[in-house]
Ligand binder design. Structure first.
Ligand SMILES: C[S@@+](CC[C@H](N)C(=O)[O-])C[C@H]1O[C@@H](n2cnc3c(N)ncnc32)[C@H](O)[C@@H]1O
Length: 186
């Protein structure tokens, strides 16, 4: 089945624009000698800028075309997979990032369990999400509904509760604008 992201892949980076990953880098405690998983990483728009701060960068995404764009950036391993069923051993990654993707996952509780499973004990997982309490983000959510994207936004507190239930230590940071970081330590 062709996804919205297969359709958008070739223009995605230009459409969304560059990101400044400085805050994310700080929250993820990079550099680290370990492996970083970018789950729902798409074109590696964000994580390609972090690849020199880790020993190895793996991008997992359900869209083959988004991963094709990621691969063209070089220096990373693209893996086509749903985050709800990750093809990795337990405790494989020292760091995991999920940027602007959590609301696109189809089975959130399953995704939470899988992300925690592949995170090393002592590792760190950061979910960067638009804060659905903010009006512009509500408008984006409405637009995605009209485009039949099947996204489902949760508040940062609700995401924190999902990870607390699954067994992580969780804190939240806000940028005071539209972005929240849910920070999970295993
Ligand atoms: C809005 S894009 C964000 C991409 C990237 N993280 C960024 O910030 O540029 C959402 C990505 O999540 C991927 N995605 C959606 N559902 C997924 C799932 N269940 N498992 C893995 N990837 C998924 C999509 O294919 C898409 O590439």
């Amino acid at each position: 089945m062709i996804s919205h992201f297969d359709f958008l892949a070739s223009i995605y980076d230009r459409f969304i624009g560059q990101s400044d990953p400085a805050r994310l880098q700080k929250i993820l405690d990079l550099p680290t000698p370990g492996m970083l998983l970018d789950a729902g990483g798409g074109t590696a728009r964000v994580s390609a800028q972090l690849k020199n701060f880790v020993s190895h960068l793996v991008i997992c995404d359900s869209s083959r075309k988004m991963l094709g764009q990621a691969k063209s950036k070089g220096g990373l391993s693209p893996i086509q997979s749903h985050v709800e069923q990750l093809p990795f051993a337990d405790n494989k990654f020292q760091r995991i990032m999920v940027v602007d993707s959590f609301h696109h996952f189809s089975d959130h509780l399953r995704a939470v369990i899988e992300l925690l499973r592949v995170l090393e004990s002592g590792g760190k997982l950061v979910i960067e999400e638009p804060d659905i309490a903010r009006i512009p983000v509500k408008l984006v959510a409405l637009a995605e509904k009209l485009l039949l994207m099947q996204s489902r936004f949760f508040s940062p507190d609700r995401i924190r509760d999902m990870f607390l239930t699954a067994g992580g230590n969780v804190s939240i940071e806000y940028d005071g604008n539209y972005t929240a970081w849910i920070i999970i330590e295993k």
